[in-house]
Design a binder for this molecule. Structure first.
Ligand code: SAM
Length: 258
């Protein structure tokens, strides 16, 4: 995939599959992705609980709303209002039809016109699986500045990324940024990291699918698809241990300076 263009890339992904496997892990089945998303919710709920956040009276902005998975989550949790932002026409068109009570805005999170276009501040900014798809550092910094400007003072921001000791350039459309980069960039924008919570250990990676022998890889991936609920349960045990073998984290951050 030469010259990653986020708009074209995601428009294509979502047009091909407007379902969890189109926005989650494309290498696995829809069934596997349902377990993967269950794991995202498990960590998010834990974070909400530990910060004693009651969603009922909250106004939420879901950045990179994709198929609307998190719109549904916050709606079911009784959010007062929700706004979704996505770079693709397909996401915004479909979600406007599905959730006529909410607002959806087609915009790039790093665009200089995003904040004025939305013209509102939120209690919760939900930024799942989007910032590590921004490859350019300038665009990444602009995205964080926009996220900060959209957050009320004392508002909470959820960002998923690897957040390890080093940044890792994984693919043309993925760059995992280090914890240091997050600390510095968030602080520059008046945001403080409160917690970093692990999302998955066995999920979100190939286990049997790692088998390199010709013909066996496909079988391995089928086994991984089948074992997703087992990986989910085992991850539940690892999540409560101090193991650092997790492959993605949820950054829980708070806007501390206006
Ligand atoms: C990996 S998917 C995650 C979707 C959703 N957050 C979820 O967890 O199901 C990334 C989403 O972000 C959107 N996206 C990617 N880059 C974006 C950008 N620069 N600005 C706004 N949306 C973007 C894509 O269109 C896609 O819907």
């Amino acid at each position: 995939m030469k010259n990653y263009n986020p708009r074209d890339y995601w428009e294509k992904c979502l047009s091909k599959r407007f379902e969890l496997s189109g926005v989650g892990h494309a290498g696995f089945s829809e069934y596997y992705n349902k377990w993967l998303y269950k794991a995202k919710i498990r960590t998010l709920k834990k974070a909400l609980l530990s910060q004693q956040i009651d969603i009922h009276d909250k106004i939420v902005c879901d950045v990179g709303c994709g198929t609307g998975f998190f719109i549904d989550f916050y709606r079911l949790q009784g959010a007062q209002d929700i706004v979704g932002v996505d770079i693709t026409s397909i996401s915004i068109r479909n979600l406007k039809l599905k959730y006529s009570e909410y607002h959806f805005i087609k915009e790039d999170v790093s665009s200089s016109s995003l904040v004025s276009k939305i013209n509102r501040k939120f209690d919760i900014l939900n930024v799942f699986d989007i910032l590590y798809h921004i490859k350019e550092n300038k665009a990444f910094r602009r995205a964080i500045a926009n996220i900060s400007n959209l957050t009320k003072n004392k508002g909470v921001i959820f960002i998923s990324d690897l957040c390890g000791s080093k940044s890792i350039d994984v693919a043309e459309h993925v760059e995992f940024r280090s914890r240091k980069i997050y600390e510095i960039t968030l602080e520059e924008n008046g945001i403080e990291i409160i917690a970093i919570c692990p999302l998955y250990y066995l999920l979100n990676r190939s286990i049997f699918g790692m088998i390199k022998l010709v013909g066996l890889r496909e079988i391995g991936i089928s086994l991984d698809n089948l074992f997703a609920p087992i990986y989910y349960c085992l991850d539940g045990i690892f999540l409560s241990s101090k193991s650092n073998k997790n492959n993605l984290n949820l950054i829980v951050a708070k806007k501390v300076k206006p």
